[in-house]
Write a protein that binds this ligand. Sequence first.
Ligand code: ZN
Length: 224
Amino acid sequence: MKVTYLGHASFKVESDGKTVYVDPWLNGPTSPIKVNDVKKADVVLVTHDHADHGYQEAIEICKKTGAYFIAINELAIQARDEGVEKVHTLNIGGSVNVGGVDVTLVQAFHSCETGAPTGFIVKFPSDSFYHPGDTGLFATMELFGELYDIDAFFAPIGSYYTMSIKQAALATKLIKPKIVIPMHYNTFPAIEADPEKFRDAVSETAPETKVEILVPGLSKDLEF
Ligand code: ZN
């Protein structure tokens, strides 16, 4: 699995020949690329409709690449109304397989305008990741770990709007991923956080899990 961090909560994930974008806030200050730079996408996932999670950019990417747009029912219907041809209107607990990529929508504890806030568990034939969206900690994360055997967990650590370092380290312990990548920090003053402190917290709380700190624009080939 090749993971490219696009800053904030935005990722490009490639595995088994498929390209998945999650929360592509490419108009944001931390993204190293713009929508124009996107050449290929198979699936675009949006966790909720807050502007810093890239709903508008996701629509543009789907229109130019023909990718599937997947989000909670109400948000996906809105995308279809805005002209995206291929959408999946999932709801909490539901899954869909798109060309060999299994996408499951799960709950998040946050707020939004349309539908409800969500996270995604994505299983490629070879490996898997969990992007929880913006959320606080919740105990069901342990069940996600049990059910889906998650390889990579993208953990919000910035606090204020989401989990803090302490909560994200405990979430990592519950989920038991092989690798955790911190996200959703240092974009704004309110969410300043030191990822090295997260590394230390995970080494205490979930020593089996490796912490990969990515800077925006950096791609990393992850081996599980
Ligand atoms: Zn949000």
